[in-house]
Design a protein around this ligand. Sequence first.
Ligand SMILES: *Cc1c(COP(=O)(O)O)cnc(C)c1O
Length: 363
Amino acid sequence: MKKLNRSNPSLDENYRIKNIATMTIDLRSDTVTKPTQGMLDAIMTAQTGDDVYKEDPSVNELERRFAETFDMETALFFPTGSMSNQAAIKLHTQPGDQLICDKWAHVYNYEAGGAAFNSGVTCNLIDGERGMITAKAIEAGISPISNYHTANTTLVCLENTTNKGGGACYDFNEFKKVRQVCDDYGLGLHLDGARLMNAIVAKNEDPKDYGKTFDSISICLSKGLGTPMGTILLGTNDLMKRSIRIRKILGGAMRQIGLMAAAGLYALDHQVDRLALDHEKAKEIARTLEGVSFVKKVEPTETNIVIFNVVDELSKDKFVNDMLLKHIKISDMGQGKLRMVTHLDYSDAMHEIVLEAINNYQF
Ligand SMILES: *Cc1c(COP(=O)(O)O)cnc(C)c1O
């Protein structure tokens, strides 16, 4: 990987002095980023065409590049990650089927019941570790084909990195074991890789290994990669045969969307390696939180998501509000968990302010 330098500290210092009074530091999510100047230039000069006719050269190029990077046969551009995941579930299942996922999975918790609504599928939720589930637990969760009382298990959905699990990354060996279980039982294997690039950078993995292991992979461009919108769904030719039709049914067929595909191409070329900087900052935040008395627990921080609990004597609403008074936005994940996510628009100067705010916090 390329050696990365943080931004020029003297420029950063100017920024800090000029903007400290008005600046909001938004750590709620890595979706809050705005396109960089380079990305805006790429958008403004993009070649476009009608993507419904498959005539948008920028979309075609983006799909080709992702398919090549992951060594998968087919790629299709979607407006959102939820739509891409939902299309994948539809491609893999029949109404009445069951999919297996972790209890915190985005496909179950944050897609508005889409698996039931779009595909008529139920979810068998596994009680995993930080959003990750083992091949063993999956195998135990498969309903026996001979038992016609139970829903037929046809799909496993994994998430990497995990969202509610705090940006945790799987050990690749576990993926191989899950693949084996899916082969043994004839199940499809889908990866919700909304933040897959974060995992690949953090663990220095080869994207092609993912292509070899999963039947379908969904990758968001609008999270750490910093584009305004868009998600890529990758899959085998056989699985993806109906993907354009399903995208159309879900309302996701777009026209001159090469403008956004150009942003995706720019991100792929310029904004992947830098994810390591986000990870570094997240780890520094986690270490700082571990060192202060008002924090009860910090989840292990492997990528750009920090999840922590404050002590019982401090109400988490009060802490969130006190941070807001310092123009620092963080999010409440429920069940006592608070979340901070680092990203492209979180500068070194902002980082210093946040570390200071944590270290100096009194309650
Ligand atoms: C953000 C996210 C998605 C997709 O979200 P959209 O807002 O629909 O693009 C899917 N899975 C995970 C784990 C996510 O974090």
